[in-house]
Design a protein around this ligand. Structure first.
Ligand code: KG4
Ligand code: ZN
Length: 361
């Protein structure tokens, strides 16, 4: 059993977690036990600005990262001597924010002579779906993995279990993506026009409850039927025009639930259509939906309906809500897989580690 300390500071969540990991076998899924997860969300600090202010994020991480790590170790009943490896996000994200978590991780690893695993944030989201105690049915492969974070809407096909993923897994497995805004950005930008606080996805989700998804027809973000790529910019513009027009005629307030349900439906139907198409094209035997947008209730409902119509059924798995949005448990899980592969860095190699804003080198 490996005990991994995970650290996440790529954007506006400062998070530390201790996770126990038992590798999977050809017949069984990997087993995880999240021994602790401590997260401080900076949302209230950034909300007045309508988005994340990078310098505010970095400075706040600097103040909260140490208490988060101490609390995570304490809540897990663990000390640094018990930890097998440290995993920290080093890309992509706000560089100033990443540097805080990575510097602390490097110092701890060097001082306590622990291997350090640099983790790609999107691989962290991917790993969140494996954060189970092994009692859930094993996921089938090929596995369609939809990574729906704030800045990415990527479709990947995993041919094997995460312990076998190559170093360039995210690049090699990519089969579809957004050509412009991600679904999360489409939610957040339209929510901003509606006057909701940042990040607006969850506000649209809540306000859409009871609304009619067909009330206002909006473009469905599908450039061509045959491609697995999306485009959300047309939808964003159409939604902004609709909102302004309803505001001008005094109809926005009384129709707010219908407006939110229509915007949400346009975004979700595009995601559902491409996920279903990718599953068919690549002969996937399972589907995993991860990232902040995976918390969307309408997406969960629509995908369950689609899965029920697939002859023989299709297993769709979402991580628990807690692991959808940014958290260090998923970083520890991704780090655990990479540590098993021998990718933990020691000594001078770990001291050379750096942080990067971009998803790709
Ligand atoms: O994965 P995440 O926590 O952070 C990034 O790595 O970017 O995703 C944040 C995104 C934001 O765009 C937020 O609006 C969206 O996830 N989100 C939602 C919901 N909860 C969070 N979008 C739609 N419905 C939700 N319930
Ligand atoms: Zn994220």
């Amino acid at each position: 059993m490996d005990l991994i300390l995970g650290i996440e500071t790529s954007c506006d969540e400062c998070s530390a977690s201790v996770v126990a990991y038992e590798p999977g076998t050809p017949d069984s899924a990997p087993r995880f036990e999240v021994r602790s997860l401590e997260t401080f969300s900076q949302i209230d600090l950034h909300s007045p600005f309508g988005g994340v202010v990078p310098e505010v994020a970095s400075r706040n991480h600097l103040e909260t990262i140490h208490p988060m790590i101490e609390r995570a170790l304490h809540a897990a009943g663990a000390q640094m001597k018990d930890i097998s490896a440290i995993a920290a996000t080093n890309r992509p994200g706000l560089v100033g924010a990443l540097l805080v978590g990575l510097s602390v991780a490097k110092t701890l690893a060097y001082l306590h002579k622990k291997p350090l695993v640099p983790v790609h944030h999107l691989e962290g989201h991917a790993a969140s779906v494996f954060l189970t105690d092994g009692s859930a049915p094993a996921l089938g492969y090929p596995l369609l993995l939809a990574i729906l974070s704030g800045g990415h809407s990527n479709l990947h096909v995993a041919k094997a279990a995460p312990e076998l993923w190559p170093a360039d897994f995210l690049k090699r497995s990519l089969v579809g993506r957004s050509r412009d805004d991600a679904a999360g950005e489409a939610f957040d930008k339209t929510a901003k026009v509606l006057g909701f606080p940042y990040p607006g996805g969850a506000w649209i989700d809540r306000t859409a409850q009871g609304g009619n998804p067909d009330a206002f027809p909006l473009p469905k973000a599908l450039p061509q039927k045959s491609t697995l790529d999306y485009s959300f910019s047309g939808l964003k513009t159409a939604a902004a025009n609709l909102i302004r027009e309803l505001e001008r005629t005094g109809q926005l307030e009384p129709r707010l639930a219908d407006v939110c349900a229509s915007i949400q439906s346009a975004i979700v139907e595009a995601l559902v259509a491409k996920i279903a198409l990718a599953t068919r094209i690549h002969g996937c035997r399972g589907v995993a939906i991860v990232g902040g947008v995976a918390a969307n209730s309408y997406l969960r409902k629509r995908l369950a309906e689609v899965a029920a119509r697939v002859p023989g059924g299709l297993a769709i798995r979402f991580p628990p809500m807690l692991y959808c949005t940014d958290n260090a448990a998923m970083i520890a899980a991704a780090g655990a897989f990479r540590y098993r592969q021998g990718q933990g860095l020691n000594g001078n190699a770990l001291l050379k580690l750096n942080a990067y804003a971009t998803a790709e080198a």
